[in-house]
Every structure is written in structure tokens, then in C-alpha cells.
Ligand binder design. Structure first.
Ligand SMILES: NC(=O)c1ccc[n+]([C@@H]2O[C@H](COP(=O)([O-])OP(=O)(O)OC[C@H]3O[C@@H](n4cnc5c(N)ncnc54)[C@H](OP(=O)(O)O)[C@@H]3O)[C@@H](O)[C@H]2O)c1
Length: 273
């Protein structure tokens, strides 16, 4: 998935339109209003975000404007047009103390990013009756012309034989971008209030790194198993925000194992090996 293809996706006549440039996106209320008038979408997937938790922690106001305020405005415009609005939220609305998290669990974010995503969820629900909140896990995918995921820096470090510190005590349910898009389109068809699109496996960052090393055959990669408390970061990071996917699977969601997804990414051939 990654930002470049999912920033704003107005859906017209069943088709996703191309990325709408930043100049007419979350920047201003008037720009957004005009954008809705011009494109007359049938539905909107709102994926744009300041998605780096550390930046959000250091720039609370900017994070609020992009991650909460803009999202609420978008929900309001969708409501005015009477169209569904699918909001891409995050597993980071949870504190990581009682995993795995289902749609029934009470969010309780640990950092500013999670807090602002949760405020967006609540504010959007108040604005728009047909809001669909999709909480996404950690996502990874192929690099595109402008976008990438946390996989690309990892591949680069491994390729260069650099030391890579990866947590053995931070767990997520990672999902490929491809599977994420499938889940999002399914959610747009079924319109649940809230849905968790967790991947198949609960794995640590370190285990993910081992799979990458294996699939991309980086024999000289230097993976250092480390613990969250050894590395200081601006934003507190929850220990285990694994998401359940039972509700999504009942709707037909079929995520692939992480290893298979990585093999597919390798086969696409966009990544330097
Ligand atoms: N990646 C994950 O593991 C993950 C996990 C859970 C949830 N999510 C959520 O999934 C969504 C997509 O994530 P991602 O990893 O693809 O994020 P990303 O790579 O950071 O992309 C975010 C996109 O938002 C755009 N954007 C940011 N500020 C904007 C503004 N003021 N106006 C217009 N566009 C703006 C960016 O545009 P530029 O390219 O111009 O900067 C970029 O295209 C986000 O809502 C994120 O919170 C991601």
C-alpha cells in the first residue's frame, strides 16, 4: 500500500483515481472542499497521515492538524455528499498490554500518533454516519516511484552489511501492502463500523528481520537482537499491539503468511539485492 498509492483515493464509477497532489489535500479546509466538489467521489479512502510516531511526538500541533483535524473535515465532506468514508487507522491506538486486540477492545494509546488517530476515529464518527474505521497493523511492501515502507531501509542496511538492531520484545501482526489493499476494498464493500486487518502471524521485529534476511538471501546481514528499553525514541512504543482478524476473515479477508508476501515482493524485482 504505502502513502503514494493510498494518500487520498476518491472512488468514482468504481475506480480509484490517481493520487491527488499534496497541494490540494490535507493542507486547507477550502482546498479540500473544492476537491470534493470537483471530483464528486462515490467513496473516499483517507490514508494520508503524518505516520512517523516520533515526528508526531515532537510536533504535536502538526500531527493534530494532519492526523485528526483533516480527517474530521474529510468525514464531514463525505457526510455532505452522503458517501462512505473509509479511514485508515492504526494498531497504535492500543497500549500493547492486553493483546491480541479485537474490535471490541477499548483503545488506550501510548503516544501522540495513536492519540491523534483515535481522536480522528471519534471525531469522524460524529461527523459521518457511514464511516468505516480500518485499524491496520505494521505494513510492508514494494517500493514505488516515491513511496516505500520500513522494509526498504531494512533491506538497504542488510545489503550493505550494516548492523541492524531489531526488537525481540516488540510484537506486531504485519501485513503486506497488497493484502492491505484487498482488506480495505473488502471493507468498502461491506461497510463495517470498525474492522481490524491484522496479518496471519504475531511476530517480533527481530523475527521479521530474520525472514527478510532469509528470503532476500543476505548471508552477511548483521542482525542484533535487542530490547525496547535499550533504544531511546521520542515516542513510547507499545510492546505488543497484535490485531485479531477473525471479523475480517469472516468477511472473506485472506492475508498471506509474511514469508510468502516477502517472496512476492522479491519477485516483483523493485528492491536492490
Ligand atoms: N505503514 C504502516 O505500517 C502503518 C500501520 C498502521 C497504519 N498506517 C496508516 O496507513 C496510512 C498509510 O500509511 P503509510 O505508511 O503509507 O504512510 P506514509 O508512507 O507516511 O504516507 C503518508 C502519505 O500521506 C501524505 N501526506 C502527509 N501529510 C500530508 C498533507 N498535509 N497533505 C497531503 N498529503 C499528506 C504523504 O504525502 P507525501 O508523500 O507528499 O509526504 C504520503 O503520501 C496512514 O494513515 C498511516 O497512519 C500505516
Amino acid at each position: 500500500m504505502e502513502g503514494e498509492t493510498t494518500c487520498y483515493l476518491p472512488i468514482q464509477n468504481g475506480f480509484l483515481t490517481p493520487l491527488i497532489p499534496r497541494s490540494s489535500a490535507a493542507g486547507s479546509f477550502i482546498d479540500l472542499k473544492n476537491l470534493f466538489k470537483e471530483t464528486r467521489p462515490d467513496a473516499v479512502i483517507h490514508a494520508a497521515a503524518q505516520s512517523d510516531p516520533n515526528l508526531c511526538q515532537k510536533n504535536r500541533d502538526t500531527s493534530y492538524r494532519i492526523n485528526t483535524e483533516a480527517a474530521i473535515n474529510i468525514a464531514r465532506f463525505c457526510s455532505d455528499l452522503g458517501i462512505p468514508c473509509l479511514f485508515i487507522s492504526s494498531d497504535l491506538v492500543f497500549d500493547g498490554l492486553n493483546p491480541p486486540y479485537s474490535e471490541e477492545d477499548e483503545p488506550s494509546p501510548l503516544n501522540v500518533y495513536g492519540e491523534h488517530k483515535l481522536m480522528a476515529e471519534i471525531g469522524m464518527k460524529n461527523q459521518c454516519a457511514s464511516i468505516v474505521i480500518c485499524r491496520m497493523p505494521l505494513m510492508f511492501g514494494s517500493s514505488g516511484p516515491t513511496g516505500s515502507s520500513f522494509l526498504q531501509p531494512l533491506l538497504r542496511q542488510m545489503r550493505l552489511g550494516m548492523e541492524v538492531n531489531l526488537f525481540v520484545d516488540e510484537f506486531r501482526t504485519p501485513l503486506s501492502g497488497e493484502n492491505a489493499v484487498e482488506g480495505l476494498m473488502l471493507a468498502l464493500e461491506r461497510l463495517p463500523d470498525v474492522i481490524h486487518l491484522g496479518g496471519l502471524e504475531r511476530i517480533s521485529r527481530y523475527e521479521f528481520g530474520k525472514l527478510v534476511m532469509d528470503v532476500f538471501n543476505f548471508r552477511n546481514a548483521k542482525l542484533n537482537p535487542c530490547r525496547q528499553q535499550e533504544i531511546q525514541m521520542a515516542a513510547p512504543s507499545p510492546r505488543d499491539v497484535s490485531l485479531t482478524n477473525a471479523k475480517a476473515m469472516k468477511m472473506g479477508f485472506q492475508p498471506d503468511p509474511v514469508k510468502l508476501s516477502l517472496e512476492r515482493i522479491k519477485a516483483v524485482g523493485n528492491e536492490k539485492v
